[in-house]
Write a protein that binds this ligand. Structure first.
Ligand code: FES
Length: 102
């Protein structure tokens, strides 16, 4: 597993999202009440970029058709049809920096 720098923690405040591309993967990092989580950034429904959606607690709402994803696990919370769950990634905080492990 390789560690990639996402950003300084101060640049991803509570309730906010940040996207990165690392190791060929599109990833969204979410700050939920001071804890950071990372899942795939591409909606498995029709390919929207989830970092353009809305974060409500641990629920990330897709900007295109409203699928709700659990940023803590990558699991689908709600959609009218079954969708493939998102991959989730481990997030590390070291000093002031946020890293994701891929
Ligand atoms: S692209 Fe995300 S719900 Fe359709």
């Amino acid at each position: 597993m390789t560690k990639f720098l996402v950003d300084k923690a101060v640049n991803i405040p509570e309730g906010k999202l940040k996207n990165i591309t690392a190791a060929g993967k599109e990833i969204v990092i979410a700050n939920v009440k001071g804890e950071y989580y990372a899942i795939n950034n591409i909606c498995t429904h029709a390919g929207a970029e989830l970092h353009e959606g809305v974060l409500e607690g641990k629920e990330l709402i897709c900007p295109w058709h409203g699928a709700k994803w659990d940023v803590q696990t990558g699991d689908l919370i709600w959609f009218p049809q079954k969708l493939k769950n998102q991959q989730s990634y481990n997030v590390l905080i070291e000093g002031d920096n946020v890293f994701v492990e891929i």
